[in-house]
Ligand binder design. Structure first.
Ligand code: URP
Ligand code: ZN
Ligand code: ZN
Length: 460
């Protein structure tokens, strides 16, 4: 199959030009003005943007968590992602404490194999680092192409590791050529505040927020950065929300250390006032919680400064019935919110259209940087000859409203109900195939491929 995309405004992290893009098979074969090739399909992209497919490196699909499973399967989640312009996701495997990493890998493969519409990879969450786990790290990197290892400094008793384990893991991951990523919040302090609020009968979603103040995140972020400095490991902080945490990343950069920072679209756009809506606030119960407007400003600034490199989603949806598990106790509300479908369009609308970030920066944080950091560039994350033909065509003139009635995620509410968005993904091409066009799906389930990743280099 060959495709010629004509006269679009082709934007990468570094280029911006009206050009044609010629696709042959799964790859981009030529880029230029007035390309002479004849293709089986010619697409007129005049007046539209042609971007690399979005990469969301932080999603949780079909994940067992807090007594239930996140409600998007690999099928519904990756398809919703394609509708909104995300061609690849990186999902999280959770090691069960006391069991090997391979055990978890096989369980996750069992749920994902053959079920994805979009391309995907895994981070391996190490929840129990010991002499046996240590032996498995190299195999994950060399054999499975899983080069990023997730750690939790919170969720004690299920996922959290202590600093001794963290240091041991950092040393081994560094030796094997991988990177350590982190959910950086102080689990002990959070547990103390949760218990305090519960004992005082303070049980509404607002107390989820009040149990995770900014200091719980800034302290853990600084500690993680210090441990990475001591061990020389490359670090990556997931779902960063606040000024205090970002200042630790800035301090790490001052000593020429590499600690990448990811924020999520919700932390740029939503704030903690949503927790004042009684139980409705459960829609936004996630960890870390939404913060203040001043934190949103800091995060946008961090993106433009280059100290925040990635905008992800932490997509971890639960249906309202599932959220109601915590109706009488905020600590039982499954943590997470749905966003996989809307990240690219929201970032374009709120970021580019509202002049907060440039077009090139938009591509960088929505796609290119994740590909570079996580060992997939230049196959993914750019429009270049030889790269995978993962491309979206976005019409900047179309305004539309987000709603649970029209979205494709398997969740019965929207965190952005009624939000007007400027710019719509008209077409998503994945490895040379038109995957979604004007809302119609053209690929079968199973087209999405597991992407083995390369060892981590300090690309950016
Ligand atoms: O609330 C969240 N973030 N749920 C998913 C698990 C995690 O901590 O990323
Ligand atoms: Zn987390
Ligand atoms: Zn997460």
């Amino acid at each position: 199959m060959s495709i010629l995309i004509k006269n679009g405004r082709v934007v990468t992290a570094s280029e911006d030009a009206i050009a044609d893009v010629y696709i042959e098979g799964e790859k981009i074969a030529a880029i230029g003005k007035n390309l002479p090739m004849k293709a089986e399909r010619e697409i007129d992209a005049n007046g539209k943007f042609v971007f690399p497919g979005g990469i969301d490196p932080h999603v949780h699909l079909d994940m067992p968590f807090m007594g239930t499973f996140s409600s998007d399967s690999y099928e519904t989640g990756t398809l919703a992602a394609l509708h909104g312009g995300t061609t690849m996701v990186i999902d999280f495997i959770l090691q069960t404490q006391g069991k090997p990493l391979r055990h978890a890998l096989e369980a996750w493969q069992g749920r994902s194999n053959g079920n994805c519409f979009g391309d995907y990879s895994f981070h391996m969450a190490v929840t129990d680092f010991n002499d046996d786990t240590k032996k498995e790290i190299e195999e994950m990197v060399e054999k499975e192409g899983i080069v990023s290892f997730k750690t939790f400094m919170a969720y004690k008793g299920a996922l959290m590791i202590d600093d001794r384990q963290m240091v041991g893991l950092m040393n081994e991951v560094k030796r094997c050529g991988g990177m350590v990523t982190v959910h950086a919040t102080n689990g002990d302090l959070i547990d103390f505040l949760v218990a305090k609020h519960r004992s005082e009968g303070k049980l509404s979603p607002l107390y989820h927020y009040l149990s995770q103040p900014e200091i719980t995140e800034s302290e853990a972020t600084g500690r993680f950065a210090d441990l990475a400095y001591q061990t020389g490991a490359i670090g990556y902080v997931v779902h960063m929300t606040c000024e205090g945490a970002l200042n630790h990343i800035r301090d790490a950069a001052k000593r020429n250390q590499k600690v990448y920072a990811e924020t999520c679209i919700q932390y740029l756009l939503l704030d903690a006032s949503l927790y004042e809506k009684d139980f409705d606030g459960a829609k936004w119960v996630m960890s870390p919680p939404l913060r203040q407007k001043k934190d949103q400003e800091t995060l946008w600034a961090g993106i433009n400064q280059g100290s925040v490199q990635v905008v992800a989603t932490d997509h971890c949806p639960f249906k309202w019935e599932q959220k109601k598990m915590g109706e009488k106790d905020f600590s039982k509300i499954p943590n997470g919110h749905p966003a996989i479908e809307h990240r690219v369009e929201l970032l374009f609308s709120e970021g580019v259209v509202k002049n907060r970030i440039s077009l090139n920066k938009f591509v960088e944080v929505a796609s290119t940087n994740a590909a570079k950091i996580f060992g997939m560039f230049p196959a993914k994350g750019t429009i270049a000859v030889g790269s995978d033909a993962d491309i979206i065509i976005l019409d900047p003139e179309v305004k539309h409203k987000l709603s649970a009635k029209t979205h494709h995620m398997n969740v019965d509410y929207s965190s952005y109900e009624g939000w007007e968005v400027t710019g719509k993904t008209k077409m998503t091409i994945l490895r040379g195939k038109v995957a979604v066009e004007d809302g119609k799906v053209h690929i079968p389930k199973g087209y999405g491929k597991f992407i083995k990743r390369n060892k981590v280099k300090q690309h950016i």
